[in-house]
Ligand binder design. Structure first.
Ligand code: ADQ
Length: 524
């Protein structure tokens, strides 16, 4: 069989079988695709603390904002329950209430409906909990809201009550919760005796919602849940653990991270629980919203481009350098758009940034987070005036412009469940320089000799994740930038990589289909 790639043939056959099993249909009947012939359309209630474009502090919002649109192709109708933060209330209060909750852990709340940008939202209007200045989790001074334990327990309880039938005329077939902030939904549901299937997606295991067990009576849960096989976590309770032990299926945002978190190094104290639930654990890599992140139509880019007109990027680059008061030059412009934290390896970047300037490059860091690391970055910038800029803050248009004008995007994370910035980098022809961990390791193809000659390389990876590794990766990228043809090819290959939601949404649809079919087959 000369010339035939057997692995491809086998891969496709397995793929078709997998889809057949999931959909119980013949291959030629698969379009339009549906998660399950028995329950179409499937009604899903997603519960989340963030959603783009209304409230975003990071990648969670991007995913919860994009996934419902991608899933609609599969006949899945998602309604998303979100807290009534000020930015959301301003719009939601224009609509009449759907229902009233008299007592959510002692709070009254109104449920409102809002359609925006193709999303259908249920807004939990509970002013005492959510209508306040600051962000979703912190006040104006960056300090955690003291009642976060209650704010997100109430959100989860509202989700559980809706799932159990509180909203007249609408009930979901399945619940999808995200991270610790909505993880209690399945705990409440199981306490109510409801068997509605629940999928929990972990975007970042580092955030767990760990609180004193003395709060249990205040969040309406019985003392029995304080046990090792339920919510007990190192003498406290963990909302995330509660979700992990009660959800029917657990997804994390890349297959590599799904493997990594089974080890004590990445398991953040939950590796035991995750190992115990390994049969329910699955990694599904994130996609990106190709309409919002599209350099050919991006309203935040003064100069738009696609793979054929990528030379226009240099005009954005010139503007960026000017805006950040950096000197023009022939070298590469590296950037980082990120939470400035130890997880994201920004302390390492502060340490080795001089390597960039050694090669005539420039560096822009835009983000916010840990004040000590912010200070370290600012101190490095002060040593290299005109060559490095640090902008502290969170600004969506700036993030787009940085991707539109930079040559390379740096993401030296110590752990990274999936990572989206590198995917935006690919799409914007901004070659990613990343550590080999989690989702970064499977979304970027390192520019080693084999990948270059196969015309497959899309970026630079380094491992182990240490400052010397990052320094070496910067050197490799800067050298490649010096070879204009090689760089142009890398850029094009990056831009051709497909990280749309299509493939990943299909995996979620499969999970939903499997769980709802299994439930439909239970005796009533
Ligand atoms: N200062 C700033 N200004 C404007 N925009 C900024 C910004 N700082 C960050 N962003 C934006 O926030 C998002 C960050 O998403 P990431 O996935 O890279 O990391 P995050 O740790 O938030 O997400 C977690 O959840 C996501 C989603 O599952 C996982 O991909 C990831 O690995 C996990 O850690 C991107 O859209 C980025 O552009």
């Amino acid at each position: 069989m000369a010339g035939v790639d057997l692995s491809l043939v086998l891969g496709r056959a397995q793929f078709i079988q997998r889809v057949r099993d999931a959909y119980h249909r013949d291959e030629d009947e698969l379009r339009p695709r549906r998660p399950s012939p028995t329950r179409v359309p499937l009604h899903v209630l997603a519960v989340t603390s963030e959603i783009y474009p209304l409230v975003k502090t990071g990648g969670l919002a991007d995913v919860t904002g994009a996934l419902p649109k991608a899933l609609s192709t599969y006949g899945i109708a998602t309604h998303t329950l979100v807290p009534g933060y000020p930015s959301i209330l301003a719009l939601a209060r224009l609509h009449p209430p759907l229902m009233e909750f008299d007592d959510l852990l002692g709070e009254k709340a109104t449920l409102r409906h809002l359609e925006i940008d193709g999303l259908s939202l249920f807004v939990l209007d509970a002013p005492a909990l959510y209508d306040r200045p600051g962000g979703p989790y912190v006040d104006e001074n960056g300090v955690d809201h003291a009642d976060n334990w209650k704010r997100f327990a109430v959100l989860s309880l509202a989700g559980a009550e809706i799932a159990a039938g509180a909203l007249p005329g609408w009930q979901p077939d399945l619940i999808h919760t995200h991270d610790w902030q909505s993880a209690l939904t399945s705990v409440y549901l199981r306490q109510m005796g409801s068997a509605v299937p629940v999928v929990l997606t972990i975007h970042n295991l580092a955030f767990q919602g760990q609180y004193s067990a003395s709060l249990l009576p205040y969040i309406g849960l019985p003392p029995e849940v304080y046990s090792v096989d339920q919510m007990e976590y190192f003498g406290d309770i963990s909302y995330l653990k509660g979700g992990l032990v009660t959800a029917d299926h657990i997804t994390v945002v890349s297959p590599t991270y799904a493997r990594e978190i089974l080890s004590p190094t990445f398991g953040m104290g939950l590796d035991g629980v995750l190992n115990a639930r390994m049969d329910r654990l699955q990694g599904i890599v994130n996609g990106i919203d190709k309409e919002i992140w599209n350099p050919a139509t991006d309203p935040y880019l003064p100069f738009r481009y696609d793979a054929k007109t990528v030379r226009n990027k240099k005009n954005n680059k010139a503007l960026l350098l000017e805006r950040f008061h950096l000197e023009p030059g022939d070298g590469p412009l590296f950037s980082a758009v990120t939470r400035i934290t130890w997880q994201k390896g920004m302390d390492m970047l502060a340490e080795v940034a001089d390597e960039i300037f050694h090669w005539g490059g420039r560096l822009i860091v835009h983000g916010q987070g840990d004040h000590d690391i912010e200070d370290a970055l600012k101190a490095t910038a002060a040593r290299f005036p005109g060559r490095m800029a640090v902008s502290i803050g969170f600004n969506e248009p700036t993030a787009h412009l940085i991707h539109g004008g930079s040559d390379a995007i740096i993401q030296p994370s110590r752990f990274e469940p999936c990572g989206l910035t590198q995917l935006y980098g690919l799409r914007y022809g901004c070659v990613p320089v990343v550590s080999r961990t989690g989702g970064l390791s499977e979304t970027i193809i390192d520019a080693n000799d084999a990948a270059i000659s196969a015309r497959a390389a899309t970026g630079f990876q380094f491992h182990p994740v240490r400052p010397e590794g990052l320094r070496h990766a910067i050197r490799r990228a800067a050298e490649a930038y010096g070879d204009k043809r090689k760089w142009a090819r890398l850029q094009l290959q990056a831009m051709r990589a497909d990280y749309s939601w299509d493939r990943s949404a299909e995996s979620y649809a499969e999970v939903y289909g499997r769980l709802t079919d299994a439930r439909a087959q239970l005796p009533h």
